[in-house]
Design a protein around this ligand. Structure first.
Ligand code: NAD
Length: 361
């Protein structure tokens, strides 16, 4: 079985789906790895590092299994042969047409977003591994944009109080953002509509902001708020936000537009020089004034909306992602290194978004 590692074409995508360390692990399982020339270059992984680990450099699009990071474009889908297994971020809840095109092209597509978040699949959880990177980078971005120190300083020239950072949405990205803000010396506070995360927020050394609104939905994820709840949440947050120098927003509801947590009024209430980093830009943003992909300054408040934070730290983001994919791949091959898709396994069945009914050879 050949595993193809292709070069990402999306602008600014610097990650690669497999790293040399894991090529060795896959070749030991009897798999052959083919890497497209330059596939790892933006993640500091030369073709030579891949060949040293046992891969060959060549046409990776023709492999039996193609590993990718970003969802394939139309022209990338055309490069895949019928029957190819494709694994990557496919955004199946929003990229409905692209997933239909994959089905039409006879591709068996596995979306890492659709892997059930059960304990057995934890090592395959690419949403979590990349959210961790993103949460860390968001804090660094905020620290750079803030015209103040993050830590408290006591110097001969005076004492500087620590910056106050509020993180809205305390999932994987939010908890990493809180922990990173704490390490940089800021005073972090976390907020979420899932009350069970209060303990996790406190465990990373942050304070918990309780606004008295709970919204737990299917599978432990947050549900969308009702209109009344949303209005009440925005009112209470607008009041709370005035205290903070930095607001980092991460709130998402799977398959829905991101909730608006920071209104234009809330931004108006912030101190000049404050910073908002909106990590939900790709899903419409958590701040009313967000312009996805750019920085805007409104009422002297900087609002940043980076669209692909994990790609800004491609070395570790690729390493973690490659580990996630390797674990998933190992579930899909037998001890002889042959493709053995078992659709009675909830991980394989859950991840498959196209071609599950094709004959398996
Ligand atoms: P996410 O990226 O979908 O959302 C980020 C956070 O935003 C979540 O904590 C959510 O509660 C919060 N949020 C949504 N709407 C909000 C609103 N209106 N106001 C405030 N906050 C709001 O979430 P995630 O980080 O991918 O994961 C969160 C869920 O996944 C949790 O249930 C977590 O326990 C679960 N999870 C399970 C595993 C596992 O068991 N293997 C691994 C990772 C995550």
């Amino acid at each position: 079985l050949t595993i193809g590692v292709v070069k990402e074409t999306k602008p600014d995508e610097r990650r690669v789906a497999l790293v040399p360390k894991l090529v060795e692990r896959l070749t030991r399982r009897g798999l052959r790895v083919v890497v497209e020339p330059g596939a790892g270059a933006a993640a500091q992984l030369s073709d030579e590092l891949f060949t040293d680990a046992g891969a060959t450099v060549g046409d990776a699009w023709n492999a039996d299994v193609v590993l990718k990071v970003a969802p394939p474009t139309t022209s990338e889908i055309e490069r895949l042969s019928r029957g190819t297994v494709l694994i990557g971020f496919l955004a199946p809840l929003t990229n409905v047409e692209e997933v239909a095109a994959l089905k039409q092209a006879g591709i068996r597509a596995f979306a890492v977003e659709s892997i059930p978040r059960i304990s057995r699949a934890q090592a395959m959880d690419a949403l979590s591994s990349q959210a961790n990177v993103a949460g860390y980078r968001a804090v660094l971005l905020a620290a750079q944009r803030l015209p103040k120190f993050f830590p408290m300083l006591t110097t001969a020239a005076g004492t500087v109080p620590p910056a106050k950072a509020l993180v809205l949405g305390a999932g994987v990205a939010g908890l990493q953002a809180l922990a990173t803000a704490k390490r940089l010396g800021a005073q972090p506070t976390g907020y979420d509509v899932r009350p069970e995360v209060a303990e996790q927020v406190k465990s990373v050394g942050a304070q918990w902001l309780d606004l008295g609104i709970e919204a737990v939905g299917e599978g432990g994820y947050a549900r969308e708020l009702t209109e009344d709840e949303r209005a009440e949440q925005q009112r209470r947050l607008t009041e709370a936000i005035t205290e903070f120098d930095v607001v980092i927003t991460t709130a998402l509801v799977p398959g829905r537009k991101a909730p608006t947590l920071v209104t234009a009024d809330a931004v108006r209430g912030m101190r000049p020089g404050s910073v908002v980093v909106d990590m939900a830009g790709e899903s419409g943003g958590n701040c009313e004034l967000t312009e996805p992909g750019t920085d805007v300054v409104v009422h002297d408040v900087t609002i940043c909306s980076p669209l692909n934070l994990p790609a800004e730290m491609p070395v570790h983001a690729s390493e973690l992602y490659a580990r996630n994919l390797t674990e998933l791949l190992e579930l899909m091959v037998d001890s002889e290194g042959r493709l053995a898709l078992d659709f009675s396994d909830e991980i394989v069945a859950g991840a498959c978004v196209a071609g599950a009914d094709e004959e398996v050879n």
